[in-house]
Ligand binder design. Sequence first.
Ligand SMILES: CC(C)(COP(=O)(O)OP(=O)(O)OC[C@H]1O[C@@H](n2cnc3c(N)ncnc32)[C@H](O)[C@@H]1OP(=O)(O)O)[C@@H](O)C(=O)NCCC(=O)NCCS
Length: 189
Amino acid sequence: MLRIPGRSPHTSDDDVVIAPLDLAVRVDDALAVQAHAFGLSDDEISVRRQIVLRHIAHPGARALGATRADGRLVGFVYGMPNDRAHWWSTVVAPYLRSQGQDGWLDDSFVITELHVLPAYQNRGIGRALITTLTDGADQPRSILSAIDTDSPARALYHSLGYVDLARQVHFPSAPKPYAVMGAPLPLRR
Ligand SMILES: CC(C)(COP(=O)(O)OP(=O)(O)OC[C@H]1O[C@@H](n2cnc3c(N)ncnc32)[C@H](O)[C@@H]1OP(=O)(O)O)[C@@H](O)C(=O)NCCC(=O)NCCS
């Protein structure tokens, strides 16, 4: 368990604690964070709900939450050992193969989602979530996909040692192209 202090020196109300999250129980809270941080329509939320519940049943899937003292979830991350048979892998594999990088799909821990509520961003919560989750992985490396643009997410991933493995990756139904990124574990501090 890791405590991240809030912005006020006078109260601990805004402190958050990074700890394992039972996503089966907190799936709606997590999707509310994602909807706010990333933008999801109500239809997308109900589709994601089924996907998250399926994901967390995979062997080795793990989730962490950033939670306030009053129990409110303000951020979360989850991921799992990569499996080439998973939908995400089947989409990115040809792009990685064309770059000679598809070996990254083996022995790799995938970061599936990472989101922090806007009011809690930029105080180290996202970094703490992803480094703590990957520190517990058995695999020697990590992969993920992020919208292919200069975003805070991409800056965070680069600073942790993730490099671009493929760019302009198109997921069916996603309007924007993604970059697939990979980093050796443990992540760079
Ligand atoms: C990506 C995200 C989870 C980062 O969470 P966070 O708690 O704000 O991240 P941190 O405070 O730990 O920031 C770590 C790094 O991110 C980058 N970063 C954070 N906010 C940034 C900003 N506004 N502009 C540029 N870089 C920023 C910096 O590299 C920062 O490192 P530094 O503190 O050494 O400068 C958060 O911005 C978010 O939820 N974004 C919307 C959803 C999203 O895009 N999720 C990722 C999907 S792939």
